[in-house]
Design a protein. Structure first.
Lengths: 236, 236
């Protein structure tokens, strides 16, 4: 993609996973100067934050900040509490209802922080790698939620009062199947061996290969006729 | 007010100021079982959090949590950064534009945390003491912002997906002049000597009497023909 507004600042939410790494690459391809924002929210494993740092360094950002927030205080998710991560589920099981890995109001909180940083930077562009195809069970990954957040954000800030440029929440992956996300990222030079997606990694960070996130990812690389570089890296 | 739904859980944002103390008393009068939520966001002074604890104990809550968040990371406000607090301004000066004490996206972040806790508690009621009369310069104190947040919140959570009861953001003070807020609180037995509102207190917590917040508060007690109990407590 040809940059049409070179160097406009954009806040990019970066978890260190496959989707957010692709989103960062797309923000750069859109001509944005990316400010990457990660969260230390009491994840059960730290590989995610290490992956975010590696991806930010690999793709290039103006600045990368990690905000510490305590979602564990509110309880209730396999990603932050002591609940078993479901394994070996097929796609119909994955898409049935809201998964136990759902964190209450997580994207609302993440986007609220992104909005604060965007306002300070004078940025009107926020990128988030939500996907409504593979994670249809998450209420805060749906287009209707993103549109409502954007409407709210445009009333929440100085921009809304002072009539400045309208803030946009960009969701370049929202309608893409995983295979198309990976294809796009490979085109943009993303090294997926640096990313981390597993809900239940081994002590050395190796993906479990059996949680929903691993299964979706491995299946997509398979369909592309290649192997997930993360499996090669970890010899699994 | 007669409780019509006794003991329904409600999340009440509690800063320890006059407005939030009154809001907590109103939530109780509405028949709610209040869960008070405060934020340690790098305030320049700690008296606010001490006041929140004292008010929660005085009015009675089911639980009081203080979430640590780092808004200083994003900079840009007299309440969290090293910017002078304006003094001795009259009401026309106070209402001109967005004050330097504005914290980017603060109410969005606070309400996002309240939403997370509400979802975990199974609550569909959030109370926030925003006021569009005295703080007309804050974009995130306006009714349009609150309505947009509520619409977003109802798409952000399990409730929105599963068709449960609609979440409401209650703003009982939004249209009230300060004098009416205080009158309501006094009727409900609020001890305003426990609250804290000053933007620039002395080392012992005494209010400066000259910042916008002090001036509005003192003037309102004067109009009611009484003295702010905080002035009496601190002998100022």
């Amino acid at each position: 993609m040809t940059p049409n507004t070179p160097d406009k600042p954009a806040v990019v939410l970066l978890s260190g996973g496959l989707d957010s790494a692709t989103t960062l690459a797309i923000a750069r391809a859109d001509g944005c100067a990316p400010y990457a924002l990660s969260f230390d929210y009491g994840q059960r494993h730290r590989f995610e934050l290490e992956a975010a740092r590696a991806v930010a360094a690999h793709l290039g950002v103006v600045e990368h900040r990690t905000a510490a927030i305590d979602l564990r205080a509110f309880g209730g998710s396999a990603l932050t509490a002591d609940i078993d991560v479901p394994k070996d589920r097929d796609e119909s099981q994955m898409s049935a209802g809201i998964p136990v890995t759902y964190v209450p109001a997580r994207n609302t909180i993440f986007l609220a922080y992104a909005l604060a940083w965007a306002e300070v930077l004078g940025s009107v562009d926020i990128y988030i790698g939500v996907n409504a195809v593979d994670y249809s069970g998450y209420p805060d990954c749906r287009p209707a939620f993103i549109e409502a957040f954007e409407a709210m954000a445009n009333l929440a800030t100085r921009a809304g009062v002072e009539g400045a440029a309208r803030l946009t929440v960009h969701t370049p992956l929202i309608d893409l199947p995983k295979i198309d996300i990976i294809r796009r990222g490979l085109d943009l030079g993303v090294d997926y061996g640096l990313t981390h997606s597993c809900y239940d990694p081994a002590d050395d960070g190796a993906p479990c290969t059996r949680c929903d996130s691993c299964r979706l990812r491995i299946a997509a690389f398979d369909k592309l006729g290649t192997t997930d570089p993360l499996l090669i890296k970890h010899h699994v």
